[in-house]
Design a protein. Structure first.
Length: 36
């Protein structure tokens, strides 16, 4: 049941935003989508 721990999903082009969520304590686990 990993899905319940995913707090954000962001495209690879916004990977820095995912790190910001984590550093501010706003994200538990972020999924990075690889774009085609």
């Amino acid at each position: 049941e990993v899905e319940k721990f995913i707090t954000h999903t962001v495209p690879f082009s916004e990977i820095n935003k995912a790190f910001e969520y984590m550093l501010r304590g706003e994200g538990l686990r972020c999924i990075i989508r690889m774009e085609e």
